[in-house]
Design a protein. Structure first.
Length: 336
């Protein structure tokens, strides 16, 4: 049975892989993508999301523009991570403007209302859209089957500041509002995929080579990552986007590869056996001089507050990576 899924994205390179993974996964019924400003400005997120879905043969999937800035702060983007346009060295042809008439917020609310208890919303960027949707529809978390959040870090160093992960760092007020809503009960606890587990999955050049082989494609080089001269459009996109992302990780994390946070969150959303979770209370710092955006988990219940999250604390990263390689390889085989 397929799982109805909405993705909230700030497309970016790993968001692109998450979109491709969702399209390539037979158990996922991708209902739409709501876009939020984050890695790049909103207009680039919308254009990138539509372009990736077109490359995957899914121009039928609704792409809706959501919030163009955080709730209470100026937007921060990260061109150094995802490139000036958000897809690294890849410059996918912008598809004709097919962004939805309705906003990303309305896409989320309308879909949850129309299929109560069925839809999984996977938030892969700052939580601005989710927080605004909750403000407009306070029942949202009970109307959804589940909310899955890629974000936060608890026992590992942050990737944006010493204690903060990018998505919660960009919009701490939105993240705090979402966790507060989840703590008011009557919903499945959101699954939280923090850096603690997403950084256990490192996509390396040999994974891309295997993806290409499965997809009937060839690689010119693995370092730097370069597709063969006869590569199809989707293979060229994947290698050109990942080459930029791997260069970034070489500079900042000391390895030529890529943390693939967002597709891991999508994979865990539809296969909870990929992660081990602990139910706890999470809150978000919004006024710290050094720690604004930090996600704080009360694992020892010192606050005495009801749990509001199922935080992934361990993961089967290798199983996920194998699934990512095989499924994207299968998608490559199906695309020109
Ligand atoms: O910290 C990783 C997250 O921030 C991912 O969602 C990535 O796309 C960026 O948005
Ligand atoms: Ca993202």
């Amino acid at each position: 049975m397929s799982v109805p899924v909405l993705l909230d994205v700030d497309t970016g390179i790993d968001d692109s892989l998450a979109l491709l993974y969702a399209v390539a996964s037979p158990e996922i019924d991708l209902l739409g993508a709501s876009c939020v400003a984050g890695n790049v400005p909103l207009d680039a997120v919308v254009s990138n999301t539509a372009a990736v879905l077109d490359l995957a043969g899914r121009c039928d999937v609704e792409t809706a523009p959501g919030c163009d800035r955080p709730m209470a702060r100026p937007l921060k983007t990260t061109p150094e991570t995802h490139g000036p346009t958000g897809t690294g060295h890849a410059m996918p042809a912008a598809s004709p403007d097919r962004s939805s008439e309705r906003s990303g917020i309305d896409l989320v609310i309308d879909t949850a209302r129309s299929r109560p208890g069925e839809v999984t919303l996977v938030a892969l960027g700052p939580l601005t859209n989710v927080a605004v949707a909750l403000d407009r529809e306070p029942r949202l978390l009970t109307l959804l089957d589940r909310l899955v959040i890629m974000g936060g870090c608890f026992g590992v160093a942050g990737n944006t500041a010493p204690r903060t992960e990018w998505n919660t760092h960009v919009d701490p007020e939105a993240a705090r509002a979402v966790f507060a809503a989840a703590g008011r009960g009557a919903c499945n606890l959101p699954l939280v995929m923090p850096l603690d587990v997403t950084e256990q999955a490192r996509l390396l050049p040999h994974h891309v080579a295997r993806m290409a082989e499965i997809g009937g494609e060839s690689m010119e080089f693995l370092d730097p990552l370069l597709a063969g001269p006869e590569a199809g459009r989707l293979m060229s996109f994947i290698t050109d986007a990942l080459r930029f992302y791997m260069e970034f990780h070489q500079r900042y994390d000391g390895f030529y590869g890529a943390f693939v946070h967002d597709p891991f969150a999508v994979a865990a959303a539809v296969d909870p056996s990929l992660v081990t979770t602990v139910e706890t209370t999470v809150d978000v710092e919004t006024a710290g001089e050094l720690t604004t955006g930090e996600t704080v988990a009360d694992f020892r219940d010192s606050w005495g507050r009801p749990p509001n999250a199922a935080v992934a604390v361990a993961a089967r990263a290798d199983v996920f990576l194998e699934r990512l390689v095989v499924r994207l390889g299968g998608l490559l085989r199906s695309r020109p």
